[in-house]
Write a protein that binds this ligand. Sequence first.
Ligand SMILES: [Zn+2]
Length: 55
Amino acid sequence: MTKDFDDQTNDEEVLQLDDFCEECKKEDPSVSQNLILTGFKTCNSCKLSKTIFPI
Ligand SMILES: [Zn+2]
């Protein structure tokens, strides 16, 4: 086992799913979950408003 992989991750930025809602531009953990579930990058509050008032 080597520690090379651990050292490399420190040098480069780790790719992550960002949790910024496309509707309100706020960061929320529910955004990535809703992206997987619904295909839309929306937080729970925006998702709820879309469900009630579909555009
Ligand atoms: Zn939102």
